[in-house]
Write a protein that binds this ligand. Sequence first.
Ligand code: C2E
Ligand code: MG
Ligand code: MG
Ligand code: MG
Length: 284
Amino acid sequence: QSKRKGKNEFSVFNEELKASHTESLALIADMRQAITLGQLEIYYQPQINIQTNTLVAAEALLRWNHPTLGQVSPVTFIPLAESSGQIINIGEWVINNVVKQIASWRHSLAQDFRVAINISPLQVRRGTLCSFLTRALAESNLTGDCLELEFTESLLIDNPKAVMEELTTIKAAGTSLSIDDFGTGYSSLSYLQNLDIESLKIDRSFVSHMTTNDKNLGIVKAIIQMSKELKLVTVAEGVEDLATLQLLAQLGCDFGQGYFWSKPLPANDFEVYVLDYAKNAKLN
Ligand code: C2E
Ligand code: MG
Ligand code: MG
Ligand code: MG
């Protein structure tokens, strides 16, 4: 009996694996046409200066509007884009579109804010990221300081010399560098000595439980404290309620991002959000 059960469990597990593998292959195939068929879209989520209540930046977050599956999460398709090599084309599409969007907002909005783009390690390791960024910015008459690049600590684990050089060149062009999901990687902190990082984004897994879990609170406190010593800006990810925001403000966290202010929004809706936010700030 137990033997049979074991075998059935194994075959169920196996079927699921096969299904997910087949689904992955289908997604990878569909992805090849996603750009030309206009299925990719960039959403924007505000970043707020917690101490002054001003909107300081937006994070660009990619969405794939799949014809039959609906909106596919980047958590699903970015790893597939990386394993199939398509992340290079997709990443370049993101950069081009964000830069054009910033140029358009410089005309339509009175307010300037930076846009943060998520960068895959593969884009940096290729060694052409800086030249691509420079050209995209020049075509829109913009300078590097309108952008911020977010990457995870995993980028800094292997191949550090070439990566460091590429990042240093990007930084020299005025674009700031930010460590995403800080505290969840396995990297040492030594890169903070050699690389001119602007900000650390405290991972949502710590922030979202900090009002109820003492260990998470301790980690958030320690990251903010260390950042102050190193003159780094802290950005709290995943701020969902007022209690969390107030605690972060009290701890001296600089910026926040999360559903408390807004979910990521399509560009048009984000523009409305920015205008409303400025209007309300004047009233207060
Ligand atoms: P990330 O860069 O850490 O982005 C933050 C994620 O947290 C986003 O998920 C955002 O929608 C979500 N989020 C923000 N505030 C809250 C909140 O208050 N509560 C909760 N529960 N979630 C919140 P999203 O948009 O699904 O993106 C997931 C990940 O996909 C990103 O994590 C990033 O690693 C990757 N990604 C997204 N766009 C791109 C891209 O253009 N290029 C690359 N290479 N990766 C991307
Ligand atoms: Mg990010
Ligand atoms: Mg993050
Ligand atoms: Mg994250």
